[in-house]
Design a protein around this ligand. Structure first.
Ligand code: NAD
Length: 375
């Protein structure tokens, strides 16, 4: 198969869909890989490394779209890319169709086949291509929190780990899933006193078993949260209710009970945030202050560490890319339920219920489009 890797052109996106190691793996299976010049630069991979791994470097994004049967990238195509997509071309990337009607209609018009990273789903209902980014954001949260706790950045001026003779900081983590677990681990590693709250008792049992001594678990309810935020120096928001907006666990009135300079890192901001006063911010201007409480609400935290994020993402995507290249999408999706659930649009027809419902579009069954493609 001919695979194309364009350079991401969305504002401030430095990740890339395939690393030189991924190219080498695809070359082993005799596939052709075209990489746009400087596509990997933002993540620290140079054109020469891709060439050494067996890729052909093409000068423009149009060349890549023009040559490739399958496009492998990171973010959804943006307006400038729509006209480059060819009928029947397979696009394997994040799409988040339910948040963009414009994108959905564009993919339908271009008669593209869109396999969305975010809906690839395992039998245990886990989302293997979202987990790596949650891991990155979770581990980043205490790092960012520690930074904004420093006085020059308007924080309380407290060191997470304290020093001998001085108590460490108190970190409250709301939600003990992927993000929360990684956040608790890093905060604990830095020496903080950590409290993790969740409503899932089984999850709290697991965390209690595996976490170090300076992490305690507590059931999440309004009473416990109100008590904990009085002494918290850093709060990490990491809750998720699948398919719904995040609940506001810290409301506007509660800020007044927190100490000046407390830092809130609301990782769940992409689902509306679990802190009422959080509004999405960017890496250029990550924080704002309300009632002397510092809010950090960057919606794409992994974007700040593209080297780690690209490797984490491509570790998870590459086995699927290889399957798609070896078998073609029809056969790969027939043999692999995870991948089939990733199909959102096939030759311009919407096959994913959530997308059809979001934009009131006709839903076509995956089986029927696969049969049609096979015939
Ligand atoms: N900002 C970013 O850059 C970024 C990056 C990755 C993920 N995220 C977001 O982070 C959030 C968490 O993701 P995840 O992968 O950890 O999800 P997850 O499903 O692994 O974990 C969510 C946890 O929240 C718990 N929960 C639900 N309601 C709760 C409540 N009322 N109180 C306490 N806990 C509650 C659940 O039981 C679950 O354990 C999501 O919104 C995700 O989209 C943001």
């Amino acid at each position: 198969m001919v695979i194309g890797v364009p350079k991401e052109i969305k504002n401030n996106e430095n990740r890339v869909g395939l690393t030189p190691a991924g190219v080498a793996e695809l070359r082993k299976h005799n596939h052709t890989v075209y990489v746009q010049a400087t596509a990997g630069q933002g993540s620290g991979f140079q054109d020469a490394e891709y060439e050494e791994a067996g890729a052909v470097i093409l000068p423009t994004i149009a060349d890549v779209y023009n040559q490739a049967e399958m496009i492998v990238k990171v973010k959804e195509p943006i307006r400038e890319e729509y006209s480059l997509i060819k009928e029947g071309q397979l696009l394997f990337t994040y799409f988040h169709f339910a948040s963009s009607e414009d994108l959905t209609h564009a993919m339908i018009e271009r008669k593209a086949t869109c396999l969305a990273y975010e809906t690839v789903e395992r039998a245990d209902r886990s989302l293997p291509l979202l987990i790596p980014m949650s891991e990155v954001a979770g581990r980043m949260a205490p790092q960012e929190g520690a930074k904004y706790l420093e006085k020059p950045l308007k924080g309380r001026g407290i060191l997470l780990g304290g020093v001998p003779g001085v108590k460490p900081a108190h970190v409250l983590v709301l939600g003990g899933g992927i993000v929360g677990t990684q956040a608790a681990k890093v905060a604990a590693g830095l020496g903080a006193q950590v409290t993790v709250m969740d409503i899932n008792l089984n999850r709290l049992r697991e965390l209690d078993d595996i976490m170090p001594k300076n992490v305690v678990t507590q059931y999440s309810n309004e009473y416990n949260i109100r008590e904990a935020i009085k002494t918290a120096d850093l709060v990490v928001g990491a809750v998720l209710i699948p398919g719904a907006k995040a609940p506001h666990l810290i409301t506007r009135d509660m800020l007044k009970t927190m100490r000046p300079g407390t830092v809130l890192v609301d990782v769940a901001v992409d689902q509306g945030g679990c802190i009422e006063t959080c509004k999405p911010t960017t890496h250029e201007d990550p924080t704002f202050i309300i009632d002397d409480v510092v809010h950090y609400c960057v919606a794409n935290m992994p974007g700040a560490v593209p080297y780690t994020s690209t490797l984490a993402l491509t570790n998870a995507t590459l086995p699927y890319v290889v399957k798609l290249a070896n078998l073609g999408w029809q056969e790969a999706c027939r043999k692999n339920d995870d991948l089939r659930l990733g199909l959102n649009v096939v030759n311009g027809e919407v096959v994913y219920k959530g997308v059809a419902e979001a934009w009131n579009l006709p839903l076509v069954s995956v089986e029927s489009v696969m049969e049609a493609a096979h015939a």
